[in-house]
Design a protein around this ligand. Sequence first.
Ligand code: FAD
Length: 498
Amino acid sequence: MPDPTGSQPITTKSGKPFEAGTRGFWKDYPNINALTDELGVADIFTDFTTSAFWSPDGLEATAPVFGDAPQWPSPLGQMLATVTNFTRLPIEDRLSIAGLLYAMLDLYRSDRIFQQYDDLDAQSLFVKLGISDRLINEFLRPTLLVGLFKPPEELSAAVTMELLYYYALAHQDSFDVRWIRSKSIAEHLFAPLSRRLISRHRLQVLGGTLATRIIVSPDSRRVSSVELQHVATNTMQVIDDADAVVLAVGVRGLKALMAQSPELSQAAPELVGAASLGSIDVVSARLWLDRAVPIAYPANVFSRFDALKGSGGTFFMLDQLQKDAQQALWGDEQPQGSVIASDFYNASAIAAMSDQEIIDRLTHDLLPIAHPEFSHARVVDSEVRRYPGSVSLFSPGSFRKRPPLETSVASIVCAGDWVRMGDQEHGAKGLCQERAYVCGLEAANSLIRRKIVNGAGHAHPVLPIRADEPQVVLGRALNKLVMDPLETLGLKLPWFNS
Ligand SMILES: Cc1cc2nc3c(=O)[nH]c(=O)nc-3n(C[C@H](O)[C@H](O)[C@H](O)COP(=O)(O)OP(=O)(O)OC[C@H]3O[C@@H](n4cnc5c(N)ncnc54)[C@H](O)[C@@H]3O)c2cc1C
């Protein structure tokens, strides 16, 4: 990015604001919440919002603000709060999720069991657990396409369960989500954070610059230098006094970096393994309409539409989420109507279409299902951007290959949502800003703890997420008590028999 500090807002060719994806902040983001408090920007969020699921048949389900309902233990609370929220899916299909709740109790029984769940794909596990086809196809599949950006047959069953537990099942209100109430995350969070780090800690930010090669010392213990390339001018620069490197790149960046760093590839083969993992394409679009469309839900998921071409899709009514900032959504122009942000995940087929075709799909095939007024609205401006290979893919068997927090080279640590944090593992899971932020803090803390950088007394606290509820703790303990001895007798859970 030309300016990763967030101080220069990203705009479209006509000067309107744009953001690569609309990102929500779920209930259990304690560290990001603490960061907003530290920066004095705790008021940047909307209230928690309702969301809706749409299929070619119309409204499928709505998610209320669970925290507003009387509180019950999980998952009873979620079931009670959504009894009447599914318009089509019969209750027997919804109850067929029971087997998955058991598997979630079993997931962390031991590292070996976790690994076995990671080797399984989520679709096979769902089928073996007796989850109904309708629940899989009408609810779990579209949920995973927008939660982990892939269909269940391409996802690790372990990471799938982690995601569903953390975002929906740990507590009645785990699914409650809020958004930025104006501008962008970059402007509201990265800009004040960067300003603080620059003024207090002499941070230097090199915008529009790629790290192209990392050279390690002959004994492979330390980084000796980092080569950089300024993208606009194609000039090279070398940093040759680096104490440490935090590799905060995704898989695409790591692949390019490792291809140019033969010494590092030899010294840290785990990074070569991580660089071999898959990644996912994303497309983001924004539409500015000539009229306000009064849809009841600001955050929405598309499910089972042929027009999605196998991708997951979401759309957000920015004019509702950012209702006190209408003018800003239109740049210098007079506001006219609704502004829609729509993201497509697992979007290779969508990305291959022209911008106009993507806009037509949205305005003709997808949005009108949610409200007929979309058919009459005229698109007065639009922007489509493609982000190939930009998101981590948690494929079956990928866990052991994900980059570790601490690598074989003492002064290189990794940070990001796809990093395994080992002893520092945190409760925030999946493709998640909270996890990415926590992992960055843990990477820095690790360098301080091991005295690789001089930061004594400056380790940053990391807040845990809320504790598991007693029925979950008890369920896990009882399951372990029963299953461990049975396994020593050679009995396996049926879904582990291939
Ligand atoms: C469309 C979309 C919607 C999402 N929705 C949500 C949501 O609702 N809630 C939520 O919590 N999370 C959401 N996420 C996930 C969240 O954005 C990610 O989990 C988070 O951004 C991961 O942060 P990261 O630092 O691990 O990686 P990234 O944000 O991918 O950052 C990696 C950075 O490294 C840079 N880079 C790569 N190679 C190099 C190189 N060689 N040199 C220098 N820089 C390099 C890249 O340009 C990139 O900026 C969403 C993601 C997308 C794409």
